[in-house]
Design a protein around this ligand. Sequence first.
Ligand SMILES: Cc1cc2nc3c(=O)[nH]c(=O)nc-3n(C[C@H](O)[C@H](O)[C@H](O)COP(=O)(O)OP(=O)(O)OC[C@H]3O[C@@H](n4cnc5c(N)ncnc54)[C@H](O)[C@@H]3O)c2cc1C
Length: 287
Amino acid sequence: MAVVIPIDLDAAMRAASAAPDALILAGGTDVMVEVNAGQRRRALDSDTVIVLDRVRELRRWSHDPERRTVTLGAGVTYTELMTEPLASLLPALAEASRTVGSPQIRNAGTIGGNLATCSPAGDTLPVLAALDADVHLASLNGERTLPVGQFMLGVKTTALTRGELIVGVTAPVLRGAQGYAKVGVRNAMVIAIASACVIVDEDCRDVRIALGSVAPTIIRCPDAERHAAANLDWDRGRATPGVAAEIGERAAADARPIDDHRSTAAYRSRAVALLVGRLVRRGFPDA
Ligand SMILES: Cc1cc2nc3c(=O)[nH]c(=O)nc-3n(C[C@H](O)[C@H](O)[C@H](O)COP(=O)(O)OP(=O)(O)OC[C@H]3O[C@@H](n4cnc5c(N)ncnc54)[C@H](O)[C@@H]3O)c2cc1C
């Protein structure tokens, strides 16, 4: 087995182009579970492993105060997302990161790995969807940028093509409350049974709502978002409990949950209605 350890993006892209079926390894927190569970044939499907954790461009992040955006390299870890100043720039992403696994998983696991795995329960994904983030991809054939909603195609299915790498993601820095919450079978080290992100953009007076674990991939809730924009008391930053609950119910109506070994569709619907309602109330306390 060849193990390629590039130290810059150009070398990583050349390696991925030379071995388009190579196993791409970032933090390994999804890959090694699959290997241990025998979901990958032999130890690996390919005879080449490309290790990304030393690729310097992927480890960086930058803040552009004029454009009010943050660009995160794909190799930025959950622990880094929880650390200042990133935590204040993208608070919902920090909140989602705090719910991921254990300290060891948060130290190793990356945002690029979460995106590439594209589980409906991936904790950063509802936040990136609610932020309308852009995903940057690159291969030797060129670079392209996709809205995250076009990158995530279904259960563990993305728009990544052979030989292509996730380079990073750009998200807006917004003024307004934002939060992420999930429900699981216990309080820590848990995969979401249902999750929700609510992002308020005070400047545009709009609310973005995204849900996880209640459809084949992350979904936005346009009806609930429109209802929120029209019914929240923007001047006073308040909402009646009835308005918050209605926004939650409308979000749940957009969900397409299923029964599986973790939960039932009915429980998931109820959970997202409550999570969204609570997140709205957190940003817009009782009138
Ligand atoms: C004990 C445990 C608890 C966990 N808890 C949670 C949780 O609470 N919430 C949650 O969302 N996840 C959880 N996970 C899953 C995992 O930690 C995350 O999905 C993590 O973000 C994966 O990142 P990674 O860097 O480890 O990816 P890896 O395992 O290295 O890779 C994952 C996939 O992404 C591909 N990949 C990685 N980087 C790139 C790139 N730059 N370009 C193209 N492809 C790439 C790999 O080829 C692979 O297919 C948990 C895992 C474990 C083992």
